[in-house]
Write a protein that binds this ligand. Structure first.
Ligand SMILES: [Zn+2]
Length: 218
C-alpha cells in the first residue's frame, strides 16, 4: 500500500475524459443514462454505455496501460456485478500484457469483484504465447478459437465474462464456447462499452449472430 501511495503521489489518477485529477474517470465523465443490453446467441451482454465520447476515451486509455483508468472502470461496473458471482476476464495476449505492464480487463474484473463481493477467476488464456508452453496445467485446457479455458477453475460453475469493448461479439462468443467446453455455464457478459453500429454492421452474415439492442434500463 505504501508503494501505491508513492505511485499515486507521483502519478495521480487523472480522468481519461477531461484530465481532472482524482480518478481515472470522473463522475462528470461517467455515462449516467444507465447500462444497455445487447443479445447474441446464448449470450446476453450488459454494457455501461455505447462506445463513444468519454467512455471511448477511457477504453483507449486502458489499452494504453492506464491503471488508474482500469481501477475507475472497475468501480463503475461493480454495481452491475452480483454478489458471490464469478467474473472471468477476457485475457489479453502475453505480449501486450508485457508491453502495458498489466492486463487492463483483468484489473477491471478484480476491482469490480472486490467491490461487489464477487470472485474474479482468471480461467481463460490466449492460445498464442504462454499457453503453448506445455506446462502440465495447459494439458487440461479446453480450447476454442484463440482462447483456452482451465476446466479446474470453471467446471460446474456459472460465470460472467468481462471485457472492455464488445464489437462483433466474436471474442465473447469464442470465450463462452471455451468456458462451456470446460464444463462451465455462461449466459452473461459484462463489458465497459458496446460499439452498437459496429456490432450491427460487422457482425457475421448469419442473421442469428446479429446482435440487437435490447433495451435501455436504469
Ligand atoms: Zn472527467
Amino acid at each position: 500500500m505504501r508503494a501505491r501511495a508513492i505511485l499515486d503521489f507521483l502519478f495521480p489518477p487523472q480522468c481519461a475524459g477531461c484530465n481532472a485529477l482524482g480518478s481515472g474517470l470522473c463522475s462528470a465523465c461517467t455515462p449516467s443514462n444507465g447500462p444497455i443490453r445487447v443479445r447474441f446467441p446464448a449470450l446476453r451482454v450488459t454494457a455501461l454505455a455505447p462506445y463513444e465520447g468519454t467512455l471511448r476515451a477511457a477504453v483507449l486509455a486502458l489499452k494504453d496501460g492506464r491503471r488508474d483508468v482500469a481501477e475507475a472502470l472497475g468501480a463503475i461496473v461493480a454495481p452491475l456485478v452480483e454478489r458471490d458471482s464469478a467474473l472471468v476476464p477476457i485475457p489479453t495476449t502475453a505480449r501486450r500484457k508485457r508491453e502495458r505492464g498489466f492486463d487492463g480487463v483483468a484489473a477491471i474484473a478484480l476491482v469490480a469483484a472486490r467491490a461487489a463481493g464477487a470472485h474474479a477467476i482468471r480461467a481463460l488464456e490466449q492460445r498464442a504465447g504462454d499457453a503453448q508452453r506445455g506446462r502440465s496445467r495447459r494439458q487440461r485446457l479446453a480450447a476454442h478459437g484463440r482462447f483456452c479455458c482451465d476446466a479446474t477453475l470453471v467446471a460446474g460453475r456459472r460465470v460472467t465474462l468481462v471485457d472492455d469493448v464488445c464489437t462483433t461479439g466474436a471474442t465473447l462468443q469464442d470465450c463462452a464456447a471455451a468456458v462451456r467446453e470446460s464444463g462451465g455455464l455462461v449466459e452473461e457478459a459484462l463489458v465497459v462499452a458496446v460499439a452498437l453500429h459496429e456490432a450491427g454492421s460487422r457482425a457475421p452474415a448469419t442473421k442469428s449472430a446479429r446482435p440487437w439492442k435490447e433495451a435501455m434500463f436504469g
